[in-house]
Design a protein around this ligand. Structure first.
Ligand code: SAM
Length: 310
């Protein structure tokens, strides 16, 4: 949705400032919708809105409605930091958002500020509560774990699933851009996370069939309303099962998060001709070469999650 964010997370926001796209480089909602409709015709009917921070976009609620009105999509979801969610959760739901992922790496207010640069913990937490009240289903919390930074909160996060229908997903941190390289040794393996949860709560029951088609393994604590998810983004290679295609806010298709290779749709979109065939050709080409890329060809320090959305 955008390459800009209202937080400054210690492992995500690029070090170099002022490298954001100009406003006219970012696709309009009409251009984005055209792309969505064409991809849907190729069979891609599940859409996640991410960023940057999607909720800093003006009229984002109307855009969700516009996407829903196309009738082209089976599912619309969003990944957000939740800062602006409390007043919007209900409207987003009513406009057609199905479910939501909220990124929150700590339950401690001061630590939240240390990680993100802003004292917005209370806002995010209210956003989580409003998302549950609004009936977004499921509400998933994304927790990126880093040794010595927030790994002492694993049990507290898992505890949240006991009396709330939340899905708490622990994500292995992986170094992506220059800023995150200095935390390269901080990743905590999912096996270790699982061990710590069972050490605290006892047996974890494995669960299948959770909405989302994602790379997470899901578990349930005894008697819990929600679930715990483990995403082994660093230690496992799920390239063979990858079902994602990413499009950034400038209209570039990334067949693979790790490759750096893109297909630029904007020149076609803005050629002045309604050349849907050329767009579809480019989409097909991007999908065709997707399987060529592999995580082992990681772009060393060159992957900006803040513009491609994770
Ligand atoms: N602003 C939105 C948000 O905060 O959810 C969407 C964009 S953000 C880049 C998407 C997700 O990527 C967040 O959950 C964030 O924690 C995760 N992320 C960013 N850098 C990461 C890294 N190096 N390793 C693992 N996850 C990362």
């Amino acid at each position: 949705m955008t390459d800009k964010c209202n937080l400054n997370c210690m492992y995500c926001t690029p070090l170099e400032k002022n490298q954001f796209l100009d406003r006219n480089e970012v696709l309009t909602y009409e251009e984005m919708t055209r792309i969505v409709i064409l991809f849907a015709q190729l069979g891609i009917r599940k859409l996640r809105l991410t960023g940057g921070e999607p909720l800093i976009k003006r009229d984002i609620i109307d855009f969700v409605g516009m996407l829903r009105d196309t009738g082209a999509l089976e599912e619309i979801t969003m990944t957000t930091n939740g800062v602006y969610l409390q007043d919007r959760a209900d409207k987003l739901k009513r406009s057609g958002l199905d479910r939501i992922n909220i990124s929150i790496d700590t339950l401690k207010r001061e630590r939240f500020e240390a990680i993100t640069g802003f004292d917005f913990f209370d806002d995010v937490w209210k956003g989580v509560e409003k998302a549950l009240e609004a009936g977004l289903d499921p509400v998933k919390l994304n927790v990126v774990l880093m040794k010595g930074i927030n790994d002492d909160e694993i049990a507290d996060f898992a505890q949240l699933t006991l009396d709330r229908p939340l899905i708490v997903r622990f994500i292995e941190f992986f170094p992506t851009n220059k800023r995150s390289m200095k935390y390269a040794g901080s990743s905590l393996k999912s096996d270790e996370v699982k061990k710590r949860i069972t050490g605290h709560f006892g047996m974890l029951e494995s669960v299948s069939g959770v909405k989302g088609n994602g790379p997470s393994d899901y578990y349930k604590l005894a008697g819990s309303k929600g679930l715990v998810g483990l995403i082994s983004s660093y230690t496992e290679n799920f390239c063979n099962n990858c079902n994602r295609v990413r499009i950034d806010c400038a209209g570039r298709i990334s067949p693979c998060l790790f490759s750096g290779h893109t297909h630029d749709m904007r020149p076609i979109l803005r050629s002045g001709r309604f050349d849907d065939e050329a767009l579809v050709r480019m989409m097909r080409d991007a999908l065709k070469i997707k399987s060529r890329y592999r995580k082992d060809k990681l772009r060393n320090g060159q992957l900006e999650m803040s513009s491609i959305g994770g």
